[in-house]
Design a protein around this ligand. Structure first.
Ligand code: HEM
Ligand SMILES: CC(C)=CCC/C(C)=C/CC/C(C)=C/COP(=O)(O)OP(=O)(O)O
Length: 320
């Protein structure tokens, strides 16, 4: 619970002079809802939902039913948003100590812990209900497991305990394309596992460059991220190993016949870009380059899934 005593290093609350707990009580509902929206981490979750949507489109040789597609996207988005909000709730004292996260709504007193919990329960519960009523129970259970994997196993247990937090916790972030596949087919096939493996292998070199240039933040917050516990050089070596593995894993869709030449051409270019940047970082680390590698990771994953989509549409009957 945030109290009237300011957390050392935390920013001033959104209205100076008022303690954060009092502030949260005096905010109008519209501002609280806007604060909750930010707690749902809409930018990160837009890519998460995008990968789930591609999983749905790839799961059928034609096009998925529009109703099922919309219901599954909505259900997954709502549960992912609730998971992000619970992450903000659990980590509010840590967030107050890090420059990157100290502007978050709970830290600034724009919303209270109880309101965050209430809204997250409502939103997450609605998401699971949508999946139960209009998608299928397999997707609902797998989405619930993903929620628990991120909000509890990663956030509460692994993140404060081990520098390998991201490798194990990354399994939750890799689930959405598999959830999309399960939403359309009612099962989990080899193709869904290939998509899972791509995001799973991508996650460490997505996160570690950011953890490198934010290492002082993580050290101040007392979180055992790899650059804090093992240094930047070791983290860059690990990132390079994962990107090399990713170059292999990214070819799985071609190897199992779920994607063709267009995807192959695009993914080879993306692999070359990600590998070159991660290699440069390994050779000569700088914070500026680490920022660039982090941004490249996002371009990489978005580009890979967009290429899968384009390749799929090219293969549809009637396409040139
Ligand atoms: C457990 C695994 C993951 C961790 C620890 C992680 C960590 C992070 C962190 C710390 C940021 C910076 C957020 C900020 O600036 O506040 C970030 C940004 C981002 N992440 Fe991840 N991430 C993970 C998985 C994923 C996955 C699976 C996706 C998408 C499929 C993703 C997509 C993004 C995007 C799009 C951004 C940029 C957001 C922006 O520009 O504001 N992340 N990630
Ligand atoms: C369907 C469903 C439940 C999906 C959840 C998907 C999922 C696991 C997303 C994780 C991505 C994410 C926001 C990481 C932030 O990590 P962090 O908490 O270490 O970052 P922070 O320091 O910015 O809070």
């Amino acid at each position: 619970m945030l109290t009237a005593t300011p957390t050392p290093g935390a920013p001033a609350p959104s209205r100076p002079g008022l303690p954060v707990a009092t502030l949260a009580r005096t905010q109008p509902l519209s501002l609280k809802l806007a604060a909750f929206w930010r707690e749902c981490k809409p930018r990160v979750n837009s890519l998460i939902v995008f990968t789930a949507m591609i999983g749905m489109v790839l799961a059928t040789p034609t096009l998925p039913s529009l109703g099922r597609f919309v219901a599954a996207s909505l259900g997954i988005a709502l549960v992912a948003g609730a998971a992000a909000a619970i992450n903000c709730l659990v980590e509010r004292h840590i967030d107050a100590r890090m420059a990157r996260t100290r502007g978050r709504p709970l830290v600034r007193g724009e919303i209270s812990a109880v309101e965050t919990l209430t809204l997250a329960t409502l939103v997450g519960g609605t998401g699971l209900t949508v999946l139960h009523l209009w998608v299928n129970d397999l997707t609902m259970w797998l989405t619930l497991a993903t929620f628990l994997g991120y909000a509890v196993i990663y956030t509460v247990i692994l993140k404060p305990a081990t520098p390998m937090n991201i490798v194990i916790g990354g399994a939750s972030g890799a689930m959405p394309p598999l959830l999309g596949w399960a939403a359309i087919t009612g099962q989990v096939g080899a193709e869904a596992l290939a998509l899972f493996l791509i995001v799973f292998t991508w996650t460490p070199p997505h996160f570690w460059p950011l953890a490198c240039y934010r290492r002082d933040d993580y050290a101040r917050a007392g979180l055992p991220m790899l650059p804090v516990t093992h240094g930047v050089a070791h983290t860059c070596t690990q990132s390079l190993v994962y990107v090399i593995a990713l170059c292999g894993v990214s070819l799985l869709p071609v190897a199992i016949g779920m994607a063709g030449g267009l995807y192959l051409a695009a993914v080879l270019a993306l692999d070359a870009l990600f590998l070159a940047r991660t290699w440069q970082l390994w050779r000569a680390y700088s914070d500026a380059l680490a920022r660039k590698v982090f941004r490249t990771s996002i371009v990489y994953l978005f580009g890979l899934f967009a290429a899968l989509l384009a390749d799929h549409f090219l293969g549809l009957p009637g396409a040139v």
